[in-house]
Design a protein around this ligand. Sequence first.
Ligand code: SF4
Length: 416
Amino acid sequence: MASLQHVYTAPFARAVRSRSLTITTTSASLSVVPSRVSVPSLSRASHIDSHVLLGMSEVDLQQLAKDFGQQSYRGKQLHDLLYKTKAKEIKDFSHLVPQAFRNGLEEAGWKVGRSPVHRVVTAADGTVKILLKLEDNKVIEAVGIPVEDDKGTNRLTACVSSQVGCALRCSFCATGKGGYSRNLQRHEIVEQVLAIEEFFKHRVSNVVFMGMGEPMMNLKAVLEAHRCLNKDIQIGQRMMTISTVGVPNTIKKLAAHKLQSTLAVSLHAPNQNLRETIVPSAKSYPLEAIMKDCKDYFLESGRRVSFEYTLLAGVNDAVENAIELAELLQNWGSGYHVNLIPYNPIEGSEYRRSYKKAVLAFAGALESRRVTTSIRQTRGLDASAACGQLRNEFQKSPLLEPSDSAESQPAVALAG
Ligand code: SF4
C-alpha cells in the first residue's frame, strides 16, 4: 500500500543533520554476501532463506542455541545482539558469543539477515528515504518521518515496504506502474525499521505498513514482522498501522488475529464504479463486501478502521463525492476515520493534485456530516522522497549491478 505521501505536521529537525537535499551513495558499506549464497535467479523460491536470525523470537533463539549444544542463555544473548546492539553479521557477535558457536552457525549457513544501505535521500523537512539493497539485488525503500507532536514529544514513524513492487496497479500509484517482483521475507521488513533507527539514532515509535506493495498479499510475513516489531523491538501494537487497498478474505483473516493495530483501508472513491476506475483490483472485491469486513474488523478488534482517500483533481474530489462518502460510512456504523491525501503528482501520470480549496471543501462536507477527518501533509516532496517519486527516478536509471544479466535484472519498483 503506497499511500504515504503525507503524514503529520511538524518535523523534528534536530534528528536530521542536513536541512537540504542530500543524496548519499554508500557503496563502500555494502555488506559482503556470504560465499555460500549463489546469485538468485528469478524463481520465486530462490530468495527464501530459513537460516536467518533476524525476525526470530527469544524462545526460538534459545532453542537454536540448545540445538548447537549451548546453554539457553546464549539465545538471550543472540536476541540482545540482534535487536539491541543491532549486529549486522555473525562475526559482530565476537565479544559475547563463543567462537565455536559462531563458527557452527556460519558453517550451518546461518546469517543475521541485514542488507546494506544503498542510498539515502534526505528532504529539507526531515523525511528520509532509505534504499536497501537485498541479497538478490532488488532494491526496496523505507521512509523515516520525524515528527514533533503537540506535547513536544519526538516521534519517529517508519513507513515500511512489504513487497518488491506491487501487482495491484492502482492507477495513481508509482509502485503499481513498476509491476510486481516478489514478496519480502519477514526479516526484510524488520530490517527496514532497524535501518531507520540507525540513521536517526532514535527509536522508531510508529510503524505503518504503507510502503511498496500490498501487505495483505504477503500477510504471513507481515504478521511475523509485526510480532517481531512488537515483542522483540518493543513497538506497541497500537503504534502500528496495516494498510490495504482491499484483497478478498484477508481483512477477515487479519481480524482473527485480534491485533491492537489500526487497519487503514484505501478507499479512494465513494462508490463501486468510480473505485474500479481508480483501483482496478476493486472489481474482485465489491465496496459493500469491504465495508462489511471493516465493520466486522472493528467489532472483533475494537480498533477503529481508518479510510484513506487520495484526492485526484476533477476525478473524486467534488463535494458530491464527499457527501456520498459520508453516507456510505454512516450506513456502515461508526468508529471510522477518513484521511484525505492530496495526490502527490508523479511523472507521466494523468492525474493532477487537487486545489487547496477543493480539499478544504471536501473535508468540510465530511465533518459537517460528523465524519472525523484529517488532511495529511505531504512530506519530503522537495527531495523526491514523497510517495512514489524516487521510484520514478530510478526507473529512468535502474539500480543494476554490472554483473546483472538481462535475465536476472530486478524489476526495480520503489515505493508508491
Ligand atoms: S498499486 Fe499496490 S502499492 Fe500502489 S497503491 Fe495500489 S496496492 Fe498500494
